[in-house]
Ligand binder design. Sequence first.
Ligand SMILES: [Ca+2]
Ligand SMILES: [Ca+2]
Length: 340
Amino acid sequence: MKTIRHLFLTLAAVVRLLAAADEEEITLDLGGGVRLELVRIPEGDFQMGETEVTRNLIGLFAPHELRARQVAVTKAFYLGKYEITVEQFRRFIDASGYQTDAESGKRPWKNLTTGAYTVVDGKWTKKADASWKNPGFPQEANHPVTCISWNDAMEFCRWASRQTKRNVRLPTEAELEDAARAWTVTRYYWGNKATSAPLLSQNPSGERLGLGFWANVADTDMASIGDEDLFLDKALVMKTPIPAKRSDGHRYTAPVGSFYPNPFGLYDVIGNVWEYTLDWAGENPSGRDPRGADSAKLRTMRGGSWISTPDVFRPSYRAEIEMQGRTSTRGMRVLIDERP
Ligand SMILES: [Ca+2]
Ligand SMILES: [Ca+2]
């Protein structure tokens, strides 16, 4: 009974969801023939955090997720329909001449001067010449950009703001979780199990859909590689649950939009690459339009990546990261406010 209840949205959520389905999308011109699509996310309250987190998750992962609380997002906003792609990032670099932290070597990180952490010969390790141009595995223009730091993501936003005359920025944690949940209160927006059938069926044939339809996350063969979370907390390595018991067709990044969107029409909010947020890693965001702590040591990112396991790739899960850090599992998505 409890499980069934969690599969249903509140009536208010359904109303908000139906309203969202009618709203428009907008497209920004980044110049050079490159565009950026965003989806309108209406204002409203949502449940931030987990309704139920297992004892294991409480101990290891999730103090910031408890307790589930109502958070108000009082202004509608537009959020990138997709993660920022290699093509969009290349446009930024070509137009601005900016050098990323991985390329410039100006901000060393974890035994790296230049480069990033990525998979080399099947092992998660540092690679001195890794960057957004060369993350260590093949990428096409429509893949999500990776190996960028939080600093680089902010610089992209500053450039894109100048280019588009809109205030392009990273989302707050609350905005990103709100958008990723799309008013669901389940552990995943498709239900409570990583591999369960979807909450809102988008499959014309009506067949039960597995995880592989929803997100690019760790495939079965990822077990041997490890996880970048080991840099967040080494204790996690020994206790991380098994990867998804299947393969989703993408060992590394997938072209953005390869999987089903969430109920708001956003793609890859879970998996593919982690997405940086604007917030410092501080107290649990709560109340109205929370903006995170005033300052802290670390920033946050959301959603998990192509190497993440079911414990991590949840809308309410927060990873805390250093601003100069860069790995081939991290990327970004941008937001613009509806009204400046
Ligand atoms: Ca995968
Ligand atoms: Ca993502």
